[in-house]
Design a protein around this ligand. Structure first.
Ligand SMILES: [Fe+2]
Ligand SMILES: [Fe+2]
Length: 321
């Protein structure tokens, strides 16, 4: 039996197209998506429609949680009217009511029946949490959660890197990210192929080239950098460079308590981008208010630094996105 698992598309439909094409060549028996299908990039609605049209089972990620929080009626929710969550509002505004209803109905986990009851459980970060990954450390609570799970193979996403590790009698896997890969992976879309052999499930991590320029083009021409606010500047630079921006900014650079107004957030993000040498590359786009750039397939006028090599895991509480 052969299965494809992918995660963290984040509305990058160009990367999803490439991964689905590659999966077709692999001739798998099942395809499963491990969460964070949507948000923040402008292809979110198309990503959802593509996955539902193909009847690909999906589980809920923390970015689906954010979308639902945006649609919650209570105006006192902290996610509402907070400049930090403008990218979520950007994505939520572009999703149809049918898609939002579909997101609301997503399960936390999906269990694939494997040969001889050697099942695979697919979740986003861990079986009972959408933003607490087994990849960044297993405390007593998470150990208890994992021990309650019947399947011995657990596959998730959230951390945006390709990873696997044996823990007690379980094989824990992170399938990487389709639309927003990090950790020196370059800008290739990532996913995992699991093949069942005599001794259990074996994992093969794959990286697939996709039309990265088209993804950048869509983000710039959708007003993402304006409507998404300063946090969108960081996420766009992540899409551009495959380097972490958001988690290091929030956990290491941004003051606590957090800035209040939009100008304060803008000032802190600008300060951070200057500190890491990225402001000069991004400033022309921000001043141009997302003016059109090279057409899809053409070359982007931005030049990011080469993707990091041997990048260390962030020391974030969560470490994922
Ligand atoms: Fe996530
Ligand atoms: Fe993610």
């Amino acid at each position: 039996m052969k299965v494809a698992v992918f995660a963290d598309v984040h509305g990058n439909d160009h990367a999803l197209d490439a991964v689905l094409d590659d999966i077709e060549k692999e001739r798998v028996d099942a395809i499963i998506c491990a969460g964070d299908m949507v948000n923040p990039f402008p292809g979110s609605e198309r990503v959802w429609r593509t996955l539902t049209a193909r009847h690909i089972p999906m589980v809920r990620g923390n970015h689906e949680d954010y979308i639902l929080a945006c649609h919650a009626p209570a105006s006192d929710l902290p996610i509402r009217r907070n400049p930090q969550f403008l990218p979520v509002e950007f994505a939520a505004r572009r999703l149809s009511t049918g898609t939002t209803a579909g997101i609301r109905a997503l399960p936390m986990t999906f269990t694939l029946a494997g040969p001889g009851d050697d099942d695979v459980l697919v979740c986003h970060a861990s079986p009972e949490h959408t933003s607490r990954s087994y990849c960044t450390g297993i405390d007593d609570d998470l150990a208890a959660d994992l021990s309650r799970i019947g399947p011995k193979t657990i596959v998730g996403g959230h951390i945006h890197l390709q990873w696997q590790q044996l823990w007690r009698d379980k094989l824990l896997v992170v399938a990487g990210s389709v639309g927003l890969p990090f950790y020196g992976s370059g800008v290739k879309a990532q996913y995992a192929i699991l093949t069942h052999r005599r001794d259990g499930w074996q994992v093969r991590h794959k990286s697939v080239a996709y039309n990265h320029q088209a993804a950048l083009h869509d983000a710039l021409n959708s007003n993402f950098l304006v409507e998404g606010g300063p946090l969108a500047w960081l996420m766009f630079d992540e899409l551009l460079t495959a380097e972490l921006r958001l988690v290091p900014f929030l956990n290491k650079f941004c003051p606590t308590p957090r800035p209040g107004s939009l100008p304060e957030w803008q000032a802190w993000v600008k300060r951070y981008l200057r500190a890491i040498g990225r402001w000069d590359a991004l400033q022309p786009l921000l001043e141009g208010h997302s003016r059109p750039v090279a057409p899809a397939g053409g070359s982007c006028p931005l030049s990011g630094p080469p993707p990091g090599r041997g990048r260390k895991m962030p020391q974030a509480a969560d470490g994922g996105q």
